[in-house]
Design a protein around this ligand. Structure first.
Ligand SMILES: Cc1cc2nc3c(=O)[nH]c(=O)nc-3n(C[C@H](O)[C@H](O)[C@H](O)COP(=O)(O)OP(=O)(O)OC[C@H]3O[C@@H](n4cnc5c(N)ncnc54)[C@H](O)[C@@H]3O)c2cc1C
Length: 367
């Protein structure tokens, strides 16, 4: 299958586009929502700071971080860190009612601050939290939201051009929010590169009150149960990933992928059909409707390389594909292609690595 084609902008777009309403001019600057849970900032926030910096520079406006969280160190730290990833200023809504994510309270905090300071662009990570919040904020503000973008740019007229896959990933479409402000977009983790962190002193921090009391919030948190599933995948941020596809033929053969991953100290993943068949859990799916990964090394065994899989692995530094069909599409974008039976090859590869790699050198692969 070929690469997704970018649908041409309708030739009449410029002509049909209305003059921007006068009051749009009061909406300025690019904002990135800094997602934190219990003091842990989700790295997608910094990836978005990198993308937001480029948009802000093109528009010649400021890049602001928006931190919503409890009073004290957690929110202060998140705001301070945002400056190291390029923020010109930070808006902070800090209130102990915001210690754990609750849609109602976070929506109130974000919509209030948007209505007060009026950003032209607001970016959020397409995480579970970010998707939930972005949808309710866009609905409350009565503005447009483009979800799961793969590219963000600004047109010469200053509109946000938010590109995302459509028609099952075979087309890329660019969506504009012409008549409403702010222009909102979400981006999945690992779609944008992580910008370099540069140590900087915190700049201007603008605080904003929440204006809620506990009785105003319907959702109550009775207990917080940390996720104790140690087998849970960290695919999106893994340095080495081994994945299997339908070519492996059976769930038993998928163990070959897990064994190689274990020897390499890697994480493991799969193509979508394996999730649909119940061979592998959905948190392991790589691709358009699964995880986007950016490992240093990606080994794909028995995966054809359909476009919906490819978009999830395009950011890998080195792709090694093992497939019996020399014409498989994966060989169009793999850096190393091995035309062979993965079911016989994987155990041999695992043994070869096992023989050569000490635990110490496994760490080196990932560094
Ligand atoms: C809206 C939409 C979203 C989707 N999202 C995703 C997604 O997120 N992720 C995803 O992966 N897919 C996704 N898909 C499905 C995608 O289109 C493909 O169907 C899927 O990726 C194919 O999986 P596969 O490569 O494992 O299987 P196949 O396409 O069946 O390929 C199996 C490959 O294994 C090779 N093979 C066979 N036997 C062996 C062997 N013994 N050794 C080595 N190679 C062998 C074959 O030559 C073949 O190339 C999506 C589809 C749609 C429509």
């Amino acid at each position: 299958m070929s690469e997704p084609t970018k649908a041409p902008a309708p030739s009449g777009r410029a002509a049909t586009k209305k003059e921007l309403p006068e009051h749009f001019k009061s909406y300025r600057h690019v904002w990135v929502f800094v997602e934190q849970e219990r003091g842990q900032v989700h790295p997608v926030s910094w990836e978005l700071m990198g993308a937001g910096r480029k948009l802000a520079d093109k528009l010649k406006v400021d890049l602001a971080a928006v931190v919503i969280g409890p009073q004290g160190e957690v929110s202060r730290q998140a705001a301070a860190e945002a400056f190291c990833y390029g923020a010109d200023l930070a808006y902070v809504v800090a209130d102990d009612l915001l210690a754990d994510y609750r849609n109602e309270a976070y929506t109130k905090a974000l919509t209030d601050i948007v209505n007060t300071f009026k950003p032209e662009i607001l970016l959020l990570g397409a995480t579970t939290l970010g998707r939930d919040l972005a949808g309710s904020v866009a609905t409350t503000l009565l503005t447009g939201l483009t979800a799961d973008c793969t590219e963000l740019d600004v047109d010469p007229d200053g509109s946000l051009a938010a590109t995302r896959p459509t028609f099952g990933g075979s087309l890329l479409c660019t969506i504009y929010t012409l008549n409403y402000r702010p222009q909102m977009a979400t981006v999945r983790p690992r779609v944008m590169p992580m910008p370099e962190r540069v140590a900087r002193d915190p700049g201007r921090i603008v605080t904003h009150p929440l204006g809620l009391v506990e009785d105003d919030i319907v959702t109550k948190i009775r207990a917080f149960l940390p996720d104790r599933d140690s087998a849970k995948s960290n695919l999106a941020y893994a340095d080495v990933v081994v994945a299997g596809g339908l070519g492996l033929g059976s769930p038993e053969n998928f163990q070959l992928v897990r064994q190689l991953a274990a020897v390499l100290g890697a994480d493991y993943g799969c193509s979508r059909p394996l999730v649909q068949k119940g061979w592998v859990t959905s948190d392991r799916q790589i691709g358009q409707t699964g995880k986007t990964i950016r490992p240093k090394l990606y080994i794909a065994a028995g995966i054809s390389g359909a476009i919906q899989h490819r978009v999830g692995v395009d950011g890998a530094d080195l792709i090694v594909a093992i497939n019996t069909d020399k014409n498989a599409p994966i060989f169009d974008f793999a850096h190393v292609g091995i035309v062979t039976d993965a079911i016989r090859f994987l155990p041999a590869l695992t043994e070869a690595f096992r023989a050569r790699l000490s635990p110490h050198s496994r760490d080196r692969i990932a560094s």
